[in-house]
Write a protein that binds this ligand. Structure first.
Ligand SMILES: Cc1cc2nc3c(=O)[nH]c(=O)nc-3n(C[C@H](O)[C@H](O)[C@H](O)COP(=O)(O)O)c2cc1C
Length: 375
Protein backbone atom coordinates (compact mmCIF):
# COMPACT_ATOMS: atom_id res chain seq x y z
CA UNK A 1 0.00 0.00 0.00
CA UNK A 2 1.71 3.19 -1.15
CA UNK A 3 1.24 6.83 -0.11
CA UNK A 4 -0.72 7.53 -3.29
CA UNK A 5 -3.33 4.92 -2.37
CA UNK A 6 -6.87 6.03 -2.99
CA UNK A 7 -8.80 6.59 0.26
CA UNK A 8 -12.48 5.77 0.12
CA UNK A 9 -14.27 6.27 3.47
CA UNK A 10 -15.04 9.51 5.30
CA UNK A 11 -14.32 9.08 8.98
CA UNK A 12 -16.34 10.53 11.86
CA UNK A 13 -13.30 12.45 13.10
CA UNK A 14 -9.66 12.85 12.15
CA UNK A 15 -8.36 10.05 14.37
CA UNK A 16 -4.87 10.07 12.86
CA UNK A 17 -4.29 13.63 14.14
CA UNK A 18 -5.01 12.33 17.67
CA UNK A 19 -2.54 9.44 17.35
CA UNK A 20 1.08 10.16 18.13
CA UNK A 21 2.25 7.67 15.48
CA UNK A 22 0.32 6.73 12.38
CA UNK A 23 -2.39 4.11 12.93
CA UNK A 24 -1.53 2.02 9.88
CA UNK A 25 -4.40 -0.46 10.34
CA UNK A 26 -6.95 2.37 10.11
CA UNK A 27 -5.44 3.43 6.78
CA UNK A 28 -5.78 -0.14 5.51
CA UNK A 29 -9.45 -0.31 6.56
CA UNK A 30 -10.21 3.05 4.94
CA UNK A 31 -8.39 2.10 1.75
CA UNK A 32 -10.11 -1.29 1.38
CA UNK A 33 -13.06 -1.07 -0.94
CA UNK A 34 -14.85 -3.45 -3.26
CA UNK A 35 -13.18 -3.69 -6.67
CA UNK A 36 -15.18 -5.15 -9.52
CA UNK A 37 -12.62 -4.73 -12.29
CA UNK A 38 -9.08 -6.08 -12.31
CA UNK A 39 -6.00 -5.91 -14.48
CA UNK A 40 -4.63 -9.02 -16.17
CA UNK A 41 -2.14 -10.34 -13.62
CA UNK A 42 -0.99 -13.63 -12.09
CA UNK A 43 0.07 -13.88 -8.48
CA UNK A 44 3.79 -14.65 -8.02
CA UNK A 45 4.72 -17.85 -6.20
CA UNK A 46 6.38 -15.78 -3.48
CA UNK A 47 3.24 -13.70 -2.84
CA UNK A 48 1.05 -16.79 -3.03
CA UNK A 49 3.21 -18.42 -0.29
CA UNK A 50 2.88 -15.30 1.87
CA UNK A 51 -0.88 -15.25 1.31
CA UNK A 52 -1.17 -18.94 2.19
CA UNK A 53 0.90 -18.43 5.34
CA UNK A 54 -1.33 -15.51 6.37
CA UNK A 55 -4.55 -17.50 5.81
CA UNK A 56 -3.18 -20.48 7.74
CA UNK A 57 -2.26 -18.21 10.66
CA UNK A 58 -5.64 -16.44 10.57
CA UNK A 59 -7.50 -19.77 10.54
CA UNK A 60 -5.48 -20.88 13.54
CA UNK A 61 -6.06 -17.64 15.49
CA UNK A 62 -9.81 -17.63 14.73
CA UNK A 63 -10.27 -21.38 15.24
CA UNK A 64 -11.61 -21.78 11.68
CA UNK A 65 -11.62 -25.37 10.31
CA UNK A 66 -9.10 -25.70 7.48
CA UNK A 67 -11.64 -27.11 4.98
CA UNK A 68 -14.06 -24.19 5.44
CA UNK A 69 -12.01 -21.82 3.26
CA UNK A 70 -10.39 -22.72 -0.04
CA UNK A 71 -7.84 -20.58 -1.85
CA UNK A 72 -7.83 -20.77 -5.66
CA UNK A 73 -5.13 -18.95 -7.62
CA UNK A 74 -4.63 -21.35 -10.53
CA UNK A 75 -5.88 -19.13 -13.35
CA UNK A 76 -6.72 -22.09 -15.57
CA UNK A 77 -9.43 -23.04 -13.00
CA UNK A 78 -11.05 -19.61 -12.75
CA UNK A 79 -13.21 -19.63 -15.93
CA UNK A 80 -14.94 -22.88 -14.90
CA UNK A 81 -15.67 -21.52 -11.40
CA UNK A 82 -16.91 -18.15 -12.62
CA UNK A 83 -19.18 -19.76 -15.21
CA UNK A 84 -20.55 -22.03 -12.48
CA UNK A 85 -21.06 -19.00 -10.21
CA UNK A 86 -23.00 -17.22 -12.94
CA UNK A 87 -25.57 -20.03 -13.47
CA UNK A 88 -29.15 -19.48 -12.29
CA UNK A 89 -30.92 -16.45 -10.79
CA UNK A 90 -28.47 -15.65 -7.97
CA UNK A 91 -25.44 -15.67 -10.24
CA UNK A 92 -26.98 -13.08 -12.58
CA UNK A 93 -26.52 -10.43 -9.87
CA UNK A 94 -22.91 -10.12 -11.02
CA UNK A 95 -22.95 -10.14 -14.82
CA UNK A 96 -19.42 -8.72 -14.89
CA UNK A 97 -17.98 -11.69 -12.97
CA UNK A 98 -16.84 -13.97 -15.84
CA UNK A 99 -14.96 -11.04 -17.41
CA UNK A 100 -13.50 -9.57 -14.22
CA UNK A 101 -9.85 -10.65 -14.85
CA UNK A 102 -9.48 -11.60 -11.17
CA UNK A 103 -6.28 -13.33 -10.04
CA UNK A 104 -8.02 -15.72 -7.65
CA UNK A 105 -10.56 -16.13 -4.91
CA UNK A 106 -11.09 -17.47 -1.43
CA UNK A 107 -14.25 -19.62 -1.19
CA UNK A 108 -16.34 -20.21 1.93
CA UNK A 109 -17.03 -23.95 1.76
CA UNK A 110 -19.60 -24.96 4.33
CA UNK A 111 -22.38 -27.47 4.90
CA UNK A 112 -25.54 -26.81 2.90
CA UNK A 113 -27.56 -27.54 6.06
CA UNK A 114 -25.90 -24.79 8.10
CA UNK A 115 -28.17 -22.02 6.87
CA UNK A 116 -31.28 -23.69 8.32
CA UNK A 117 -29.97 -23.48 11.89
CA UNK A 118 -31.29 -20.89 14.31
CA UNK A 119 -27.69 -19.68 14.77
CA UNK A 120 -25.87 -20.56 11.52
CA UNK A 121 -22.46 -20.26 13.16
CA UNK A 122 -20.69 -22.26 10.42
CA UNK A 123 -20.58 -19.04 8.38
CA UNK A 124 -18.97 -16.92 11.07
CA UNK A 125 -15.40 -18.17 11.37
CA UNK A 126 -14.61 -18.46 7.63
CA UNK A 127 -16.21 -15.03 7.12
CA UNK A 128 -13.88 -13.53 9.74
CA UNK A 129 -10.80 -15.14 8.19
CA UNK A 130 -11.84 -14.01 4.70
CA UNK A 131 -12.15 -10.43 5.95
CA UNK A 132 -8.78 -10.68 7.73
CA UNK A 133 -7.46 -11.73 4.32
CA UNK A 134 -9.21 -8.83 2.52
CA UNK A 135 -7.29 -6.45 4.79
CA UNK A 136 -4.01 -8.29 4.23
CA UNK A 137 -4.58 -8.09 0.45
CA UNK A 138 -5.24 -4.34 0.70
CA UNK A 139 -2.07 -3.89 2.74
CA UNK A 140 -0.20 -5.71 -0.01
CA UNK A 141 -1.57 -3.47 -2.77
CA UNK A 142 -4.26 -5.80 -4.09
CA UNK A 143 -7.99 -5.26 -4.49
CA UNK A 144 -10.82 -7.60 -3.50
CA UNK A 145 -14.60 -7.93 -3.37
CA UNK A 146 -17.00 -10.13 -1.43
CA UNK A 147 -19.53 -11.87 -3.66
CA UNK A 148 -22.62 -13.68 -2.41
CA UNK A 149 -24.50 -13.25 -5.69
CA UNK A 150 -23.39 -16.58 -7.09
CA UNK A 151 -24.71 -20.11 -7.55
CA UNK A 152 -23.60 -21.80 -4.31
CA UNK A 153 -24.16 -25.40 -5.42
CA UNK A 154 -22.58 -25.04 -8.86
CA UNK A 155 -19.57 -23.27 -7.35
CA UNK A 156 -19.10 -26.17 -4.92
CA UNK A 157 -19.33 -28.60 -7.84
CA UNK A 158 -16.73 -26.69 -9.85
CA UNK A 159 -14.37 -26.91 -6.86
CA UNK A 160 -15.02 -30.70 -6.53
CA UNK A 161 -16.23 -30.27 -2.95
CA UNK A 162 -18.08 -33.07 -1.12
CA UNK A 163 -21.80 -33.13 -2.10
CA UNK A 164 -23.02 -31.73 1.25
CA UNK A 165 -20.97 -28.53 0.80
CA UNK A 166 -21.97 -25.23 -0.78
CA UNK A 167 -20.08 -22.01 -1.54
CA UNK A 168 -22.37 -19.21 -0.30
CA UNK A 169 -19.79 -16.47 -0.83
CA UNK A 170 -16.30 -15.83 -2.13
CA UNK A 171 -13.71 -13.12 -1.67
CA UNK A 172 -12.39 -12.43 -5.15
CA UNK A 173 -9.10 -10.58 -5.56
CA UNK A 174 -6.64 -9.24 -8.08
CA UNK A 175 -4.53 -6.33 -9.25
CA UNK A 176 -6.35 -3.00 -9.62
CA UNK A 177 -5.75 0.53 -10.78
CA UNK A 178 -5.18 3.29 -8.24
CA UNK A 179 -8.72 4.65 -8.21
CA UNK A 180 -12.13 3.95 -9.74
CA UNK A 181 -12.32 5.71 -13.09
CA UNK A 182 -14.46 5.94 -16.21
CA UNK A 183 -17.96 4.74 -17.07
CA UNK A 184 -18.00 1.13 -15.92
CA UNK A 185 -19.65 -1.14 -13.34
CA UNK A 186 -16.80 -0.65 -10.87
CA UNK A 187 -17.03 3.12 -10.79
CA UNK A 188 -20.85 3.21 -10.95
CA UNK A 189 -21.33 0.81 -8.01
CA UNK A 190 -18.60 2.55 -6.06
CA UNK A 191 -20.27 5.96 -6.46
CA UNK A 192 -23.89 4.85 -6.03
CA UNK A 193 -23.69 2.05 -3.46
CA UNK A 194 -20.37 1.26 -1.89
CA UNK A 195 -18.80 4.35 -0.41
CA UNK A 196 -21.70 5.40 1.86
CA UNK A 197 -21.85 4.54 5.53
CA UNK A 198 -24.37 5.21 8.31
CA UNK A 199 -23.30 7.77 10.88
CA UNK A 200 -21.53 6.40 13.94
CA UNK A 201 -24.28 7.53 16.34
CA UNK A 202 -26.84 5.51 14.34
CA UNK A 203 -25.06 2.22 14.96
CA UNK A 204 -23.57 2.44 18.47
CA UNK A 205 -25.12 2.27 21.93
CA UNK A 206 -23.58 2.22 25.36
CA UNK A 207 -24.17 -0.65 27.81
CA UNK A 208 -27.73 -1.47 26.68
CA UNK A 209 -29.69 -1.55 23.44
CA UNK A 210 -31.07 1.97 22.81
CA UNK A 211 -28.84 3.87 25.29
CA UNK A 212 -26.94 6.69 23.60
CA UNK A 213 -23.16 6.48 23.35
CA UNK A 214 -22.08 10.10 23.66
CA UNK A 215 -19.73 11.29 20.88
CA UNK A 216 -18.36 14.73 21.90
CA UNK A 217 -17.78 17.36 19.19
CA UNK A 218 -14.08 17.55 19.93
CA UNK A 219 -11.63 15.40 21.88
CA UNK A 220 -8.52 16.59 23.69
CA UNK A 221 -7.14 13.06 24.14
CA UNK A 222 -4.21 11.60 22.22
CA UNK A 223 -3.03 8.04 21.74
CA UNK A 224 0.41 6.55 21.46
CA UNK A 225 0.26 3.71 18.93
CA UNK A 226 2.80 1.42 17.30
CA UNK A 227 2.71 1.15 13.48
CA UNK A 228 1.62 -2.52 13.52
CA UNK A 229 0.73 -4.47 10.38
CA UNK A 230 -2.51 -6.46 9.98
CA UNK A 231 -0.72 -9.72 10.88
CA UNK A 232 1.01 -8.17 13.91
CA UNK A 233 -2.28 -6.68 15.12
CA UNK A 234 -3.95 -10.08 14.86
CA UNK A 235 -1.31 -11.62 17.07
CA UNK A 236 -2.85 -9.73 20.01
CA UNK A 237 -5.53 -12.45 19.91
CA UNK A 238 -2.95 -14.77 21.51
CA UNK A 239 -2.39 -12.48 24.52
CA UNK A 240 -5.77 -12.82 26.23
CA UNK A 241 -4.58 -14.89 29.19
CA UNK A 242 -1.49 -12.76 29.81
CA UNK A 243 -3.14 -9.47 30.76
CA UNK A 244 -4.51 -10.06 34.22
CA UNK A 245 -5.25 -6.61 35.69
CA UNK A 246 -6.84 -4.69 32.85
CA UNK A 247 -6.98 -0.87 32.74
CA UNK A 248 -9.65 1.39 31.27
CA UNK A 249 -10.41 1.99 27.59
CA UNK A 250 -10.40 5.69 26.64
CA UNK A 251 -13.19 7.50 24.73
CA UNK A 252 -10.85 7.79 21.73
CA UNK A 253 -10.14 4.05 21.76
CA UNK A 254 -13.87 3.20 22.00
CA UNK A 255 -14.58 5.48 19.06
CA UNK A 256 -11.80 4.04 16.89
CA UNK A 257 -12.99 0.48 17.62
CA UNK A 258 -16.57 1.41 16.69
CA UNK A 259 -15.37 3.25 13.59
CA UNK A 260 -13.47 0.16 12.44
CA UNK A 261 -16.81 -1.72 12.44
CA UNK A 262 -18.60 1.18 10.77
CA UNK A 263 -16.34 1.11 7.70
CA UNK A 264 -16.45 -2.68 7.25
CA UNK A 265 -18.19 -4.03 4.12
CA UNK A 266 -21.64 -5.63 4.27
CA UNK A 267 -23.88 -7.36 1.73
CA UNK A 268 -25.54 -4.72 -0.52
CA UNK A 269 -24.03 -2.19 1.92
CA UNK A 270 -27.09 -2.65 4.16
CA UNK A 271 -25.13 -2.14 7.40
CA UNK A 272 -27.84 -3.98 9.34
CA UNK A 273 -25.81 -3.80 12.49
CA UNK A 274 -25.58 -2.25 15.92
CA UNK A 275 -22.68 -2.30 18.34
CA UNK A 276 -23.15 -1.94 22.09
CA UNK A 277 -20.00 -0.58 23.74
CA UNK A 278 -20.19 -1.99 27.26
CA UNK A 279 -18.28 -0.02 29.88
CA UNK A 280 -20.30 -0.87 32.99
CA UNK A 281 -18.35 -3.13 35.38
CA UNK A 282 -21.47 -4.83 36.79
CA UNK A 283 -22.44 -5.79 33.23
CA UNK A 284 -18.92 -7.10 32.60
CA UNK A 285 -19.30 -9.38 35.61
CA UNK A 286 -22.77 -10.57 34.56
CA UNK A 287 -21.72 -11.25 30.97
CA UNK A 288 -18.48 -12.85 32.20
CA UNK A 289 -20.58 -15.37 34.19
CA UNK A 290 -22.71 -16.15 31.12
CA UNK A 291 -19.57 -16.62 29.00
CA UNK A 292 -17.78 -18.71 31.67
CA UNK A 293 -14.98 -16.17 31.50
CA UNK A 294 -12.82 -16.05 34.62
CA UNK A 295 -10.77 -13.01 33.52
CA UNK A 296 -11.87 -9.42 34.08
CA UNK A 297 -12.72 -7.20 31.11
CA UNK A 298 -11.78 -3.59 30.34
CA UNK A 299 -14.70 -3.51 27.94
CA UNK A 300 -17.00 -5.64 25.83
CA UNK A 301 -18.50 -4.93 22.42
CA UNK A 302 -21.75 -6.73 21.65
CA UNK A 303 -22.25 -7.13 17.89
CA UNK A 304 -25.90 -7.29 16.85
CA UNK A 305 -27.43 -8.33 13.55
CA UNK A 306 -30.95 -8.29 12.16
CA UNK A 307 -31.94 -11.50 10.39
CA UNK A 308 -34.75 -11.76 7.84
CA UNK A 309 -33.85 -9.03 5.34
CA UNK A 310 -35.17 -9.09 1.77
CA UNK A 311 -31.68 -10.10 0.54
CA UNK A 312 -31.54 -12.98 3.03
CA UNK A 313 -34.84 -14.35 1.77
CA UNK A 314 -34.11 -13.98 -1.94
CA UNK A 315 -30.46 -15.06 -1.90
CA UNK A 316 -30.97 -17.65 0.86
CA UNK A 317 -27.89 -16.49 2.77
CA UNK A 318 -27.88 -15.64 6.49
CA UNK A 319 -26.17 -12.29 5.91
CA UNK A 320 -26.34 -11.41 9.60
CA UNK A 321 -23.93 -14.32 10.23
CA UNK A 322 -21.54 -13.08 7.54
CA UNK A 323 -21.71 -9.28 7.84
CA UNK A 324 -21.30 -9.15 11.62
CA UNK A 325 -18.30 -11.53 11.70
CA UNK A 326 -16.75 -9.31 9.00
CA UNK A 327 -17.19 -6.30 11.30
CA UNK A 328 -15.85 -8.39 14.21
CA UNK A 329 -12.71 -9.12 12.19
CA UNK A 330 -12.21 -5.34 11.93
CA UNK A 331 -12.85 -4.69 15.64
CA UNK A 332 -10.50 -7.40 16.85
CA UNK A 333 -7.72 -6.38 14.44
CA UNK A 334 -8.17 -2.75 15.45
CA UNK A 335 -8.00 -3.79 19.12
CA UNK A 336 -4.62 -5.37 18.43
CA UNK A 337 -3.41 -2.23 16.64
CA UNK A 338 -4.39 -0.22 19.75
CA UNK A 339 -2.42 -2.66 21.93
CA UNK A 340 -5.59 -4.09 23.49
CA UNK A 341 -5.94 -7.84 23.79
CA UNK A 342 -9.25 -9.23 22.63
CA UNK A 343 -11.28 -12.43 22.61
CA UNK A 344 -14.16 -13.21 20.27
CA UNK A 345 -17.17 -15.11 21.70
CA UNK A 346 -19.54 -16.63 19.15
CA UNK A 347 -20.72 -19.77 20.90
CA UNK A 348 -22.86 -17.90 23.41
CA UNK A 349 -26.06 -18.38 25.45
CA UNK A 350 -27.77 -15.91 23.16
CA UNK A 351 -31.21 -15.61 24.77
CA UNK A 352 -29.66 -14.79 28.19
CA UNK A 353 -27.30 -12.24 26.65
CA UNK A 354 -30.09 -10.61 24.61
CA UNK A 355 -32.08 -10.26 27.84
CA UNK A 356 -29.16 -8.72 29.79
CA UNK A 357 -28.57 -6.20 26.97
CA UNK A 358 -32.32 -5.45 26.71
CA UNK A 359 -32.37 -6.08 22.98
CA UNK A 360 -35.27 -5.08 20.78
CA UNK A 361 -36.61 -8.52 19.67
CA UNK A 362 -35.84 -7.91 15.98
CA UNK A 363 -32.12 -7.78 16.82
CA UNK A 364 -29.89 -10.69 17.79
CA UNK A 365 -26.47 -10.94 19.34
CA UNK A 366 -24.11 -12.52 16.82
CA UNK A 367 -21.13 -12.37 19.16
CA UNK A 368 -19.25 -10.45 21.81
CA UNK A 369 -15.70 -9.16 21.78
CA UNK A 370 -13.99 -9.00 25.15
CA UNK A 371 -11.31 -6.30 25.44
CA UNK A 372 -8.43 -5.78 27.84
CA UNK A 373 -6.31 -2.68 28.13
CA UNK A 374 -2.88 -3.61 29.42
CA UNK A 375 -2.94 -2.59 33.09
C1 LIG B 1 -21.33 -10.85 2.37
C2 LIG B 1 -21.18 -9.88 1.22
C3 LIG B 1 -21.68 -10.19 -0.03
C4 LIG B 1 -21.52 -9.30 -1.10
N1 LIG B 1 -21.96 -9.67 -2.36
C5 LIG B 1 -21.76 -8.83 -3.41
C6 LIG B 1 -22.17 -9.22 -4.71
O1 LIG B 1 -22.71 -10.30 -4.93
N2 LIG B 1 -21.92 -8.34 -5.73
C7 LIG B 1 -21.28 -7.14 -5.54
O2 LIG B 1 -21.06 -6.42 -6.51
N3 LIG B 1 -20.88 -6.75 -4.29
C8 LIG B 1 -21.10 -7.58 -3.23
N4 LIG B 1 -20.67 -7.21 -1.99
C9 LIG B 1 -19.94 -5.95 -1.80
C10 LIG B 1 -20.79 -4.89 -1.12
O3 LIG B 1 -21.74 -4.34 -2.01
C11 LIG B 1 -19.84 -3.79 -0.58
O4 LIG B 1 -19.01 -4.36 0.37
C12 LIG B 1 -20.59 -2.63 0.04
O5 LIG B 1 -21.30 -1.94 -0.95
C13 LIG B 1 -19.63 -1.65 0.74
O6 LIG B 1 -18.69 -1.15 -0.17
P1 LIG B 1 -17.11 -1.30 0.04
O7 LIG B 1 -16.80 -2.77 0.14
O8 LIG B 1 -16.52 -0.67 -1.19
O9 LIG B 1 -16.75 -0.59 1.32
C14 LIG B 1 -20.85 -8.06 -0.89
C15 LIG B 1 -20.37 -7.76 0.37
C16 LIG B 1 -20.53 -8.64 1.42
C17 LIG B 1 -19.95 -8.30 2.75
Amino acid sequence: MGNDTFQTKTLTRDYQSLCQNHLHVLDVMVTRRSWRRYQEWTITSDLRSQLEAFITRAKHLRGCPDDDLILVTDKSRLPESFQAAYKGFTGKINPWLPKSSAAGFLALAISGQARHKDRPLAYALPAMVAQDTALWLTENGLGSVWLAGLNAKQMAKSLRLPPDKVVPAILMFGKTGLKPQGFNIDNILYKTLSRKRKNLHQIVYQDFYGKTFHIPGSLSQTLSVKPLTIAESMDALTRWDEDTSPGDISQLEWEILAESARIAPSGANRQQWKFILIKDKALHAELGRLLNETRAFSGIIACLGKPGSFEEMTLERPFWMIDLPIAMSHISIMAGALDLSSKVYLDIPEADINAVLKLDPTWRTVGLIGLKQRG
